[in-house]
Design a protein around this ligand. Sequence first.
Ligand SMILES: Cc1cc2nc3c(=O)[nH]c(=O)nc-3n(C[C@H](O)[C@H](O)[C@H](O)COP(=O)(O)O)c2cc1C
Length: 229
Amino acid sequence: MRYLPRLMVWCGILCVTFMTTAEAQTTDIKLPKPALTGNKPLEAAILHKKSSRNFTGSTLSLANVSQLLWSANGNLPADAVTSATTKVFPSAGGLNALEAFLVAGQNTVEGVPAGVYRYNPADNTLRQIVPGDQRNLLAHAALSQVWIARAPAIIVIAAVFERMTGKYGGRGMQYVFMEAGAANQNVYLQAESLGLKAASVGAFQDNQVAAVLKLPAGMVPLLLLPVGN
Ligand SMILES: Cc1cc2nc3c(=O)[nH]c(=O)nc-3n(C[C@H](O)[C@H](O)[C@H](O)COP(=O)(O)O)c2cc1C
């Protein structure tokens, strides 16, 4: 009988461990190929660009998530002659300082278990970094802007400044922010073109967002982009 409390603690630990393991997504998720043509003229997307924060809560399709991530940090098809790959936005020296992450809730993105994912633009896949729904923690880190947690997904743009400052010194900092601005606008226009909502969020505690996403050392979050229907 005196072992009962200790037994209960061990059961609790095992239970939590099992639940965490069960939620973990161990294989990369292959995204559908992004479409390279659309139905809306660019001018119409620019004309109607706006920040929208009132999400309906309906599930985002994997095709739309793929399209949004591609617009945020995708690669363009390799040059037929040189085989060089460029990004969907201009990047100083072609150095590409940005990384994109997807934060998905429970059943909010088709075929994607709740969690934080790193987007790999080279093979169009998502790799889980953190299991479970992290949207509330992210909203809390963003000075408690609670509407963020109601978005089915949040795209996070992060940067490795060293990639740019290693070549351009202090001026490289500006170049990284310019890249992030271009990625931001791409997501807005892509969302508008797909009939989806998006909004920029720059007001957050860097260290808290980095902790929620388990960002590696040297990677800094620059922008949250809640997206959805
Ligand atoms: C760098 C940056 C940071 C922003 N941060 C926030 C934010 O933390 N919360 C928010 O609700 N909107 C944020 N916004 C969105 C702006 O408030 C919005 O773009 C502005 O009010 C103009 O509205 P519109 O985009 O609908 O034209 C941010 C925009 C930018 C470009």
